[in-house]
Design a protein around this ligand. Structure first.
Ligand SMILES: *[C@@H]1O[C@H](CO)[C@@H](O)[C@H](O)[C@H]1NC(C)=O
Ligand SMILES: *[C@@H]1O[C@H](CO)[C@@H](O)[C@H](O)[C@H]1NC(C)=O
Length: 356
């Protein structure tokens, strides 16, 4: 999932309070700060960005005008007047830098090439060689991003591509391009964690078991997985016995990605979440299972999502986001019982490892 705005490459922010010396690295299955103390990634937030040169030079005002978002312009003018007439790419840098000033870490996450909602099997942005996913351009652009944020210490990671998908998926191209991109990003910015995503909307990384990723660097690689209630089919948790479904789904999760932690690789649940109104029974049941498995494996995670609605999504202006964590004013959690439930995943001991 992702929000977008006039972006040729879309990036997701994940925010983490800075509690360990940066940069981050990996040590076996753990993410650690300078000095080796564990840093558990546990927070949220999506955004968007431009790396298409002609788009990058558009100002925020021009971009919103092009999309007919006149009311939003007034809002930005009132709340963030300093960014309204700067090019989009500069506005993006300003936001990242402001987050750094507030001690928040950021992961840059490339979602899509052609602007649009992410993700669909049919959007032609899903795999290398798709109409809008030229691997060479992708490598050039992410290398530019890595270079742009080299030296910006609160940018701790880059997730190379969100939710690979579609009919072109194949293991050979995954290794070929992911390894090439990982090397390019690392050369351009050796500080960031390089984050690799899976097949089938980030559900399947089973192939790493028999064919490890080959890179010239170490201590910077992280695998990403996404897990939603609908990942396991519509209404699975309502129609089946929740305990049986959980057993089955957890087994699938271990086979496709959970095994990585046993093999000494760090695994990051880059997206999960539910309808925060509590109206979706399927989601509520999935969450019980998700919390159990994620806590048991002591995984790092990021929650979808903070934002309450989209400027524009799939043609609809101001579309509501039911998975949002914050209330209308972005001031308080929308559902404090949800926050309480996921707090189990935040609990770590003094040294950063799990409280047994
Ligand atoms: C850059 O964006 C413009 C406007 O959306 C588009 O026409 C052009 O094809 C894009 N260029 C590349 C290289 O993607
Ligand atoms: C919060 O979510 C729970 C289910 O997880 C639901 O029962 C409750 O009504 C929700 N509260 C609000 C304020 O939406």
């Amino acid at each position: 999932m992702a929000s977008f705005l006039s972006s040729s490459i879309l990036l997701l922010f994940l925010f983490f309070p800075i509690v360990v010396p940066l940069p981050l690295s990996t040590n076996s299955r753990w993410i650690v700060g300078e000095g080796g103390r564990r840093m558990k990634l546990a927070y949220i937030w999506p955004a968007y960005l431009i790396t298409n040169d002609s788009l990058a030079s558009l100002t925020v005002r021009q971009s919103f005008q092009q999309l007919g978002l006149v009311e939003s312009i007034a809002g930005i003018q009132a709340s963030n007047p300093s960014i309204i007439d700067v090019p989009l790419i500069k506005a993006y840098q300003t936001v990242v830098s402001s987050l750094g000033k507030h001690n928040l870490m950021v992961i840059l996450d490339n979602h899509i090439s052609k602007p649009g909602w992410c993700s669909s099997n049919l959007d032609d942005n899903g795999f290398f060689g798709d109409q809008y996913f030229n691997p060479d351009q992708w490598i050039t652009r992410l290398t530019q991003m890595a270079t742009l944020f080299n030296g910006v210490t609160n940018v701790v990671g880059m997730s190379l591509r969100n939710e690979l998908r579609g009919p072109r998926q194949n293991v050979n191209d995954w290794y070929k391009y992911m390894q090439k991109e990982a090397e390019a990003v690392h050369s351009a910015n050796p500080n960031v964690l390089v984050i690799l995503s899976r097949f089938d909307f980030d559900r399947d990384l089973s192939f790493i078991k028999t064919q490890p990723v080959k890179l010239t660097f170490s201590g910077k690689l992280l695998f990403e997985a996404h897990w939603y209630e609908f990942s396991d089919g519509p209404q699975t948790w309502v129609t089946g016995n929740p305990n049986e479904v959980c057993g089955r789904v957890a087994t699938y999760m271990m086979k496709t990605s959970g095994y990585l932690v046993d093999q000494g690789y760090p695994l990051f649940i880059g997206e999960f979440g539910i309808d925060q109104t509590g109206a979706n029974v399927n989601g509520n049941r999935y969450l019980n299972c998700f919390l159990g498995v994620t806590d048991e494996l002591d995984l790092d995670w990021a929650l979808w999502t903070l934002t309450m609605r989209y400027y524009v999504r799939e043609g609809v202006i101001g579309l509501n986001e039911y998975y949002r964590v914050l209330d209308y004013n972005w001031c308080a959690p929308r559902n404090s019982s949800f926050i309480q439930r996921i707090s189990i995943l935040q609990a770590v001991a003094e040294d950063g490892y799990r409280i047994e």
